[in-house]
Design a protein around this ligand. Sequence first.
Ligand SMILES: [Zn+2]
Length: 387
Amino acid sequence: MKGILYTILALFVLYWLFTLIAPSFVEKGMNKTTLTKPYNISQQAKELLESLDFVSDLHSDALLWDRDLTKGSDQGHVDFKRMQEGNSALQAFTIVTKSPKGQNFQENSADAPDNITLLSIGQGQPVSTWFSLMNRALYQCKKLHKAARRFNDEFVVVKSKSDFQELLTRRKTNRNVIGGFLGIEGGHCLEGDIHNLERLYDAGVRMLGPAHFFDNEMGGSAHGIKQGGLTPFGKDVLKEMEQRSMFLDVAHSSEAVMDDALAMFSGPILTSHTGVKGTYDSPRNLSDKHLRAIAERDGIIGIAFFPGATGTNTIAGIVKAMRYTVDLIGIDHVALGSDFDGSVTTPFDISGLGLLIDEMLKQGFTNKEISAILGENVKRFLMEYLP
Ligand SMILES: [Zn+2]
């Protein structure tokens, strides 16, 4: 009997030690940058970045990883300290709950073993998150709220126009005040139950993408097997989102889901992180037709920073995608959609946006255009469409 108890105790200790060491090791291999610090940013770009009133990025999966976001880190891409360092005012924190083994942009099965299950167990998350996608999503929401409370009252979780106004007002006298809003990558975390949307909304979620890497209860993924349109359940969810003025994120959606959504959804629409087929023809990227359609609906296109979206690991490739999109649909609809911390390699982390500005200046963007893409477009969108 004693022997069994000792064995169980030893296993617990081993598991606990594993949760202390393994997660940071895993993240270091997943969220990398090609450039190392200190970044070589020109004085002109530094000053321009500092002069910007509002800088915002539409996609970071930072909540997925086992890091204290209130503390600066050299791991991953986004935390509150690095946001302050890079004059970033608002970050969209997006929640991933399931990612199929062997994940790729062509074809993934919903039945493939799930990497996030292993990650949840390996990080020592509450047992309730090990096998429930909904609990995983709620856990990550809580994580942001908790971090916000612990950040010297300098982090605003934006859930409404008035929260957003508060953030903008407070930043006028204190640039250290930053904020974030919550989004979901993939409606599979609703677990097929429409009531779960309300639970997510109550937990602060204001943006949702129907599918992530595989087809789910809501509809097809651009990387799924059938890649079909919205299901009746998907349509029901979109109607509920409309009533709450939640943002529909079509990143990763199949073309059929995009077409269905554009036809039936009258709420705010955007893509939080994407490349464009015009500079890199990949299933991950948006066609001219869908770029135009989203712009016509006053939507926003967040341009991603990783090779899977831009076709290269250079900053020039990111800016090329921005230039193409601006030329196609106009300056008012383009924004930053890095995909920081999304298991990708980006050129720099959130503190390095000056490097992006240097390249934008090089490719002929004006100060006004830079300010629009780095944040003013998102500011206008949030002012208009937040509940
Ligand atoms: Zn993504």
